[in-house]
Design a protein around this ligand. Sequence first.
Ligand code: NAD
Length: 461
Amino acid sequence: MRPSESLNALVQQQKAFFNTGQTRPLAFRLQMLRRLGQAIAREEEAITAALAADFGKPPFETYATEIAILLSEIKFMERHLAKWTKLKRVKSSFLNFPSSDAIYAEPYGVSLVIGAWNYPFQLTLSPMLGAIAAGCCAILKPSELTPATSQLIARLIQEHFPAEYLAVVQGGPEVSQALLELPFDKIFFTGSVPVGRIVAQAAARQLIPVTLELGGKSPCLVDETANLTVAARRIVWGKFLNAGQTCVAPDYILVQEQVAGPLLEKLAQTLTDFYGANPAQSPDFARIINDRHFQRLQGLIDKERVYAGGETDASTRYMAPTLLSGITWDHPLMQDEIFGPLLPVLTYQDLPQAIAQVNARPKPLALYFFSEDKKAKEMVLTQTSSGGMCLNDTVSHLANPHLPFGGVGTSGHGNYHGKASFEAFSHQKSVLMKPSTPDLPLRYPPYQKKLDWMKRAFKWL
Ligand code: NAD
């Protein structure tokens, strides 16, 4: 069998299983969520080891950003799923009198989840939680750039779930593209903007609903009223977590001119506080994923602009957490998402100017603003567009399952986390339920004399 034929066979197998209806009962979904949660908890050591092998991810970060976040999502879903799956009654329309109306969350069917490498465990399994909760089957395609983690995901799913329900297919772009040709009922993609376009086009050819979790340059604004000590800590934490390889990492700082100097000093001091005088020796700082990305990032280190850091070691793919000052909008660092431990600092004169500069660029996945000025915060909230935002923090909004997480514009469309994950894999089916009697004749032809009555009725709406 050719690879595409075996992939198609797997999809057909899942379709047949989905059509048996076994994935739909609430009890089955809860049981599968619980089973996955227990498996993840049992495999904590193996998960930590796989991520360390793939790119030296510190155990603390693995626990916080790959394991705990999934376990808390599972708990959240277990707690709320009964409510989400209930037929949701809505008001009926006067025009349809008499009727009772409701929304039924119907599972899409067989879904494809394509994951990115930077949080390879969490980013592949978190969408799958939505698929399970919604009553779907799923095929996962984890990233080929994290082979140890992808292998672990494949083993974990194979050991605990039948392939006609959940399955893992490993491979690179060719495998991804072969999968995108198949008749899925839903596609959920996490990755870069250019590949997001390829996925969207493939989905459009078959009119498959698609969620795109993409990236971009997420700005971090700091004004003169900000608490600079706290801002520096929260920015350094959010930026250098996972060595800057985070979709919602602050990509660059845009700071009000007067406080640029003090902020840079505090950022540099925080780097030393967090990672010591030589971050290469810190057990708390990850490495760059591969040589290609290492070379790309090295090319962006403008030695003349380095304010702190700048050291690299190609043999271990170590790149120091680096601050670059005096950067302008036309600098190479400001063209594409950096996705690494380089933090350029730009300045602005007044807030409307900063907002205009942000708004002149593609809509980011996240936007951060540090300020103690209520009016300024209101301005940034209402006059900018981004997937999500934090006021006086970075990154943390994605850890609240009550907040839908996703992009806008080129940073993606659709949301997930918590209820939004359930909704991402569900079709909201409108249901109108009408008794057979009475069967009011107003809407039926012949229409003679009914038009005036209809117009009068509309005036009352
Ligand atoms: P990527 O787009 O290179 O790869 C993502 C997935 O797509 C991988 O599984 C890969 O095998 C597959 N792929 C690669 N090329 C393909 C092609 N030509 N056709 C079909 N499939 C293909 O992204 P990445 O490097 O793994 O991840 C980094 C990017 O992802 C960054 O831009 C980052 O901002 C973004 N990201 C976004 C989120 C989010 O939640 N919005 C989360 C993490 C990462």
